[in-house]
Structure formats: structure tokens, C-alpha cells
Design a protein around this ligand. Structure first.
Ligand SMILES: Nc1ncnc2c1ncn2[C@@H]1O[C@H](COP(=O)(O)OP(=O)(O)OP(=O)(O)O)[C@@H](O)[C@H]1O
Ligand SMILES: [Mg+2]
Length: 201
């Protein structure tokens, strides 16, 4: 049986890495076959993007869109699809919704949609909502401010995340209040996933 493809989304510091790892741990404990993965991926194009995010390498900002889409296609075909075909649940820390929320800072929605025409949409997208100040406080203590992490950018990104559910009604997007304890957020996410896919019995 084909597995399920679940993406965890939200602005920087919303807790998407924490939640995606938590979901995988919880499913593993219940013997559900699952993998954790992320975008930008750990494959060659994803590594280049990460170097851009940390300012080690500089690429024109408008060219970043094409890197993200190229990484997405490569990541899907090389990592996600094989795992889905083995019947695994694939939990990805970020996917295409991030591109809609970050790259629409300089590219049009319709154009980004065009580029994603052949990209597989996840079966479920959980978007974590947290107040800007909370996300900012959670990012404190990190060594570097990455590309897209400046305050005005994060304000625009957060606003795009609020809009994305309406902008892309054909995508299975569910919003989750991320401004609660890690356990409360995780419990809700597991409930949501199980209601939709009946993975746990
Ligand atoms: N629900 C929560 N309550 C309190 N702290 C949290 C919660 N979720 C995550 N954190 C903490 O906030 C910090 C940022 O979390 P995390 O790395 O998961 O964010 P992120 O959304 O993945 O950020 P980025 O998108 O920049 O990678 C971490 O120190 C994490 O332990
Ligand atoms: Mg993260």
C-alpha cells in the first residue's frame, strides 16, 4: 500500500523541526513505518540552498526559486517517492508551501503554481501558527541570522502563511496553534494525522 506524505510548515522558529521529529518518534514507537526528511534536502541541490541560507554562498535572490523547485523534484523522486512506494509515512520538515510563503516575496503566486504543476502535493500539510514575537524568541540563541530571517521578511512570510490556505484551497492545509507546549502541539498533530489516515489502532 502507498504510504502517506505529510509536510510540516510554518515561519522560522514556529517549531516545524521539533514537531516533525516528534511525529516521527511517536509513529516509530507505535511501529508505523515512517521516515523523517526535510527541505531544503540533504541532497546536492538542497546543500547548495543551505549554503545560500547561511550566507556561505551567494546566489541571486530570484534564482533561489528555481533551486528550491529543483531540490523539491529531486528530493521527491530520490527520497520521498521510494519511501511512499514501500508503504512508509514520509514526514517532511517543510515542502512546497514554504516556497509559496517565502518566494512570493519576489515572485508571483501564479508563476510559482505553474512551476509546481508536476510536483506531487502532500496528503496533508500542517501549518504551525505562532505570534511573530514567539517565533523570534525561539530563534534567539542561534549563531547566525539566516537569509529570510530578518524581521520585515518574517512579517511578510507569516502573513503569507495565514493567506496560503485561501490562496491554495486545493491543497490539504490544516492550521495548528503552535503557541502551546511541545507536547500539546504534538498530541494535536498526532490526533489530526490519525483522524485522516487511521495509522494507529
Ligand atoms: N511548542 C514549543 N514550545 C516552546 N518551545 C518550542 C516549541 N516548539 C519548538 N520550540 C523550541 O523553539 C526553538 C525553535 O524550534 P524549531 O527548531 O523546531 O523551529 P523551526 O520552525 O524548525 O525553525 P526553522 O524554520 O528556522 O528551522 C527550539 O529551541 C525548540 O526547542
Ligand atoms: Mg527547522
Amino acid at each position: 500500500m502507498q504510504g502517506k506524505y505529510i509536510a510540516i510548515e510554518g515561519p522560522d522558529g514556529s517549531g516545524n523541526t521539533t514537531l516533525s521529529r516528534g511525529i516521527v518518534q511517536e509513529l516509530e514507537q507505535k511501529d508505523v513505518p515512517v521516515i523523517w526528511t526535510n527541505e531544503p534536502s540533504s541532497r546536492p541541490i538542497g546543500r547548495l540552498i543551505r549554503q545560500c541560507l547561511s550566507h556561505e554562498v551567494s546566489v541571486d535572490l530570484s534564482a533561489m526559486l528555481y533551486l528550491f523547485v529543483a531540490d523539491r523534484v529531486d528530493h521527491y523522486k530520490k527520497v520521498v517517492q521510494p519511501a511512499l512506494e514501500e508503504g512508509r509515512v514520509v514526514v517532511t520538515d517543510r515542502s512546497l508551501i514554504s516556497t509559496f510563503c517565502y518566494q512570493t516575496l519576489i515572485h508571483a503566486w501564479y508563476f510559482i503554481q505553474e512551476l509546481h504543476k508536476e510536483v506531487t502535493i502532500p496528503d496533508l500539510v500542517i501549518v504551525l501558527e505562532v505570534p511573530l514575537a514567539v517565533a523570534e524568541a525561539r530563534r534567539q540563541g542561534r549563531e547566525k541570522v539566516e537569509l529570510y530571517e530578518r524581521k520585515p521578511t518574517q512579517e511578510a512570510v507569516a502573513s503569507n502563511y495565514r493567506a496560503v490556505g485561501n490562496m491554495l484551497p486545493q491543497y490539504p492545509i490544516v492550521y495548528l496553534n503552535g503557541d502551546r507546549s511541545k507536547q500539546a502541539v504534538l498530541d494535536d498533530a498526532i490526533r489530526l494525522i490519525n483522524d485522516k489516515f487511521q495509522l494507529l489502532r
